[in-house]
Design a protein around this ligand. Structure first.
Ligand SMILES: [Mn+2]
Length: 435
């Protein structure tokens, strides 16, 4: 038994990426990294994997004003899919509530179907290899604002022997005016797998459970915080009549936030220049390796933060300013890692041993830093954990964020201590300078 689906989350076709001067210098055009490029690749992947249908979970089009651009961008890949005999089923989201029904009429001949138009649940049955079957139920936004849960109108299961997939654009556990739905409702509904659109961060965990349920995430990153993997999902119906989901590499663009450690540097400006280049290159190469990136990816846009205690953090500023290093790009395995944003958070290296011999506040802080660096200071970490808990509990954040582990707390304390020590020492110099 086998039936395969390619799942596509929010695409926002028509949206053009912001191009930096570095990208332009590299000859990279908007069309190379726009959502439309990701959609083209998704269609190719659908054909490679011989899927039986492509499902889109809403917000295919960025906005009504992008209607004609989006139509042009949608059409080419749709024709490829049509040629391969692969139909496309899509629901409308809050962004394309007006545009998608129009576009759906124009491209109907290509095998594109709008599911659940005007907020009425609609169901289709797909047939895979060896006569395996699956029911797809979908619901489209009838208006830009929809205050109720669409699940109220979900029809009962027609055939209990056929797995049922739900395709929905909604605000899961939210209280917005974009079709709010609770997780409890989704769990209780007569649906075996929920593929959701609206939130752009993919729910990697929720979708890889035995009963998949979660946001597919946008096909390629649109906003700055959308770091990490983005792409289409391959869903395969297994022997147990359950869907197994696999995230596929497919987006030509990825966003990342990366720290580069310059710790311990104490040489000249010239030496720092080559050290800096070397460290950045090695850090990005290590990231490329760790992420197991595939050839589909052309550009990784990076927010790079420089960290570590160095002899003179101002030298780092000079190197950056003198050589325009905030417009840095590093080619790795045929793709470009492009630094979009660079910040120097390096701290001044201090002689902790020497300082710790005194009896003033810097000495006290230096002793604490040494303890933490030597893997001691459990009491400091425990007190820090307790203070974080108290402040986070007060703001209600504790339940939503994972509690940092001991290692993370140690790093946080070291960074905070280094900053405080630098401030104290600067004040000390100022005071003694005045006398
Ligand atoms: Mn969206």
């Amino acid at each position: 038994m086998s039936l395969r689906l390619l799942l596509v989350g929010d695409m926002h076709l028509g949206k053009q990426p912001r191009l930096s001067s570095t990208l332009q210098t590299l000859g990279i055009e908007g069309a190379d990294i726009a959502p439309s490029a990701a959609w083209r690749r998704a269609a190719e992947l659908a054909i490679e994997h011989e899927v039986h249908a492509v499902l889109c979970a809403g917000d295919l089009v960025n906005q009504k004003e992008n209607c004609f651009e989006a139509l042009a961008e949608l059409l080419g890949p749709l024709k490829l899919l049509q040629k391969a005999g692969i139909p496309v089923y899509a629901v409308a989201g809050n962004h394309d509530v007006e545009a998608l029904p129009m576009i759906a009429q124009w491209v109907e001949a290509t095998g594109f179907h709008l599911l659940g138009a005007k907020g009425v649940w609609e169901s289709v049955e797909l047939v895979g290899d060896d006569d395996s079957r699956v029911e797809i139920v979908g619901w489209s936004f009838p208006s830009q604002v929809y205050l109720e849960s669409p699940l109220a109108g979900l029809p009962p299961r027609q055939n209990t022997k056929i797995p049922r997939v739900g395709l929905l654009h909604c605000d899961r556990d939210g209280h917005s005016s974009y079709a709010p739905v609770s997780s409890a409702e989704l769990v209780a509904a007569p649906v075996d797998a929920w593929f959701l659109g609206h939130i752009h961060i993919p729910d990697l965990q929720g979708l890889q459970q035995s009963r998949p349920m979660g946001y597919l995430g946008c096909l390629s990153p649109i906003r700055r915080k959308e770091v990490g993997w983005h792409g289409p999902w391959l869903a395969t119906l297994n022997e147990a009549a359950q869907f197994a989901l696999e995230p596929l590499p497919g987006s030509p663009l990825r966003l990342e936030s990366i720290d580069c450690d310059l710790h311990g540097f104490d040489g000249s400006l010239e030496a720092l220049e080559s050290y800096f280049q070397d460290r950045v290159r090695k850090t990005l190469e290590a990231a490329d390796e760790a992420m197991e990136l595939k050839d589909d990816l052309r550009v990784v846009r990076v927010r790079l933060r420089l960290l570590g205690a160095v002899a003179d953090p101002l030298l780092v500023d000079q190197v950056i300013a003198a050589a325009d290093y905030d417009k840095l790009s590093v080619p790795i395995h045929g793709r470009n890692w492009v630094v979009d944003w660079l910040r120097n958070d390096c701290t001044r290296q201090v002689d902790l041993q020497g300082l710790s011999r005194g009896h003033d506040p810097p000495a006290h802080l230096a002793k604490q830093q040494l303890q933490l660096l030597e893997g001691q200071g459990d009491d400091l970490i425990e007190a820090f954990r307790e203070s974080l808990r108290q402040s986070a509990l007060g703001s209600g954040r504790w339940s939503r964020w994972p509690e940092p582990d001991e290692q993370e707390l140690r790093h946080l304390l070291l960074r905070r201590g280094a900053r405080q020590l630098a401030q104290l020492l600067a004040q000390k110099t100022e005071v003694s300078g005045e006398t």
